[in-house]
Design a protein around this ligand. Structure first.
Ligand SMILES: [Zn+2]
Length: 77
């Protein structure tokens, strides 16, 4: 399972595919402070180590999958 960060400069969003069995493409907006839940960027875009730390809960219209994303790895809860 992978997450992708796309865009230029700091104006980017992240996209990832939800758990097997759901496979819905979800978007994480890392820019809009008003958007909840919040996503925290870690690492460096320049050094190729940029990643996101976030809790993901695919609701209310999703499959209900809940997971942590840290260092590019999803951990189901
Ligand atoms: Zn899902």
């Amino acid at each position: 399972m992978h997450a992708y960060v796309i865009g230029e400069e700091r104006k980017h969003s992240s996209y990832f595919v939800c758990c097997p069995g759901c496979s819905q493409v979800l978007t994480l907006n890392t820019q809009n402070e008003a958007t909840k839940p919040r996503w925290t960027e870690t690492g460096s875009l320049e050094e190729g180590t940029l990643t996101i730390r976030a809790s993901i809960w695919h609701t209310p219209d999703g499959c209900g999958w809940y997971s942590w994303l840290n260092q590019g790895i999803f951990t189901s809860v």
